[in-house]
Each structure stands twice: as structure tokens, then as C-alpha cells.
Design a protein around this ligand. Sequence first.
Ligand SMILES: NC(=O)c1ccc[n+]([C@@H]2O[C@H](COP(=O)([O-])OP(=O)(O)OC[C@H]3O[C@@H](n4cnc5c(N)ncnc54)[C@H](OP(=O)(O)O)[C@@H]3O)[C@@H](O)[C@H]2O)c1
Length: 297
Amino acid sequence: MTPVDRNRKVVVVTGASAGIGAALARELARQGRNLVLTARRGDRLDGLAAELRTTGVDVLSVPVDLADADAPRTIIGSTVAHFGGLDVLVNNAGFGLPTLFSEAEPSDLRKQLMVNFVAPLLLAREATPHLVARHGTIINVGSAITYVANSGLGAYGATKAGLGYWNDAYRRELRHKGVNVCLVEPGPVKTEFFDALMTYAPASGEYNPLLDAPLPWMTAEVNDVARRIARLIDRPRRRLRVRRRIVWPFRMLGGLFHLWPWLGDVALSSVVSHFDKAGDLNRRQRGGSLGDAQPTD
Ligand SMILES: NC(=O)c1ccc[n+]([C@@H]2O[C@H](COP(=O)([O-])OP(=O)(O)OC[C@H]3O[C@@H](n4cnc5c(N)ncnc54)[C@H](OP(=O)(O)O)[C@@H]3O)[C@@H](O)[C@H]2O)c1
């Protein structure tokens, strides 16, 4: 095995046990970055870490639940103890709830706010002195869903819209200290994100645009998304929009609904009431909470 090079950049990736985070970790290892991988599923992190170490990079895995208040301090503390500092924080972990807001379990909503919104901010807060010392980068994974307020993912979209607002504010705060803050806004990507939503079988076979997984033509390829995110470390951008055919119509719809909010209300409300009458939205609720379903293999 190649000896570990301590001069390589150190990148912390949250949500590294699956999807975009795991693909990003592989891409970053290919670029020769040392890595800190974090998520709840420690077995997956350890497997990925062992795979990536064979490429000559140093990899630390930190299994934690980002819904825990101590998690940000644990992640950054372990990173600094092992590597002596860090260069890049990628706030990638996140999940959606497969239900309308009015049907969601309050405990799931609290968990979603913690993982998607509170933890990224607190991680950045813990990491900032180290990032300032190394003129580093924060990369926040938001979502293109913020263009149109979708009732099926309302609380999820709110966490991502909040993340986007804070991203811009923090970029302005840290600019003169030489720290870059970038927002990634993917459209649909085929990952376990949608598997988790589909844990709840639809009542009818009908395609439900609010809660169903996107159709293949709408979906970006995970390794392509990961490559584009990895490039931000050397070529930072304020916003990285991961293009896919669905994103542009979505943005145009968002523009229209911004100009004429009543149009958005009529369009989205009629979809909700259609599926609500069919009982589809309620049926998806049964079988427990997503917070419990998410971490299983
Ligand atoms: N896929 C899409 O279409 C899409 C579109 C726009 C934005 N995004 C965003 O992209 C990011 C990555 O999503 P993905 O598509 O890669 O989803 P994914 O395949 O479901 O991966 C989600 C990652 O987040 C981790 N995670 C979830 N809950 C956690 C918790 N409580 N504590 C710690 N880690 C947790 C999961 O690890 P464990 O389960 O092991 O904890 C997993 O590694 C998310 O922020 C998502 O909102 C995705």
C-alpha cells in the first residue's frame, strides 16, 4: 500500500454511507484527498474506508447520528485529533419524509430538521476556525426542489431553502477570510433517497408526482453528480446546479409561480386534493416512521 501523505487536503463528507456521499468519497479518493466519512451505518463506512485506503489515502470513519446534538462536535473533534485540521466540509447527509406535513410524525419532523438543517450549520460552526486557518471550503448540498414549494416534500424543501439562505449569508461572512462556501442544487438523482420514500407502497398504481420517485429520464447519474461536486474544491462556485431535463422546467415553473402565486396554489393544490381523495397520500403513511426505516440496509 502507498504510504499516507499528510499534506493531502482533508475532506469531511457527511452521509458517506450511500448515494451521492459514497460516490463523492470514491471520487475524492481518486483525486488523492484524505477523508473523514460519517453517517449512521458504521459497517458501510468501514467497508468504504477499507476500499479507499487501498488507493493510498488516509480515511477515518466516524459513525454518528446527525440528529444527536453532540454529533457535530464529535465529527470535527475526531477529524482534528486524527488529521490535525481540515480543508473541506461537505454537508451532504439528508432525507425526505414520504408524507404530507399534516400527516408527518412530529419526531420525524424534528429529526429531519436536525439532520438536514441544524447539523450542517453546527458542523460549519465547529469547523470554521480550522477552515479559516487553511483557507478551506464548505460545500452544502441543497436541492432544486426549492424552486417550487411541493406539498409532498414541504418540510424537506424548507430545510433546503433554509440551508440555501444560510449558505449565501455565510459565504459573505467568510469571504474576506479566504473560505469558500458553495451550494449544490441537484435535481433528482437515483439513490437510496427515493428507495426510502418508496418504503411506503402506493395505494393505487397511479404515478404521484408529489411523492413518487422521478422517472428515469428526469434523473441524474450519481457518479456524474459526485464528479461535479468534487471539482468545487479546486474551482469553487457560488452555486452548482446539477442539470437534468427536469430541472429547467422546474425552475421555469418556479419563476411563473413566483410571478403569479395563485397559479402555483391552484396547480399544486389540485394535485394534492386528487391524491388525497384517492386515499393515496394517507396510505403511504402506514408502517412506521421514515426515521426508523432509513438506516436499514
Ligand atoms: N437523490 C436526489 O434526488 C437528491 C436531490 C436533491 C438533493 N439531494 C440531497 O443530496 C443529499 C444526499 O442524498 P442521497 O440522494 O445521496 O440520499 P441517500 O442515498 O439516501 O443517502 C443519504 C445519506 O445521508 C445519511 N443520513 C441520513 N440520515 C442520517 C442521520 N440521521 N445521521 C447521519 N447521516 C444520515 C445516510 O446514512 P445512514 O443512513 O447510514 O445514516 C446516507 O449516507 C441529501 O442531502 C439530499 O437531500 C438528493
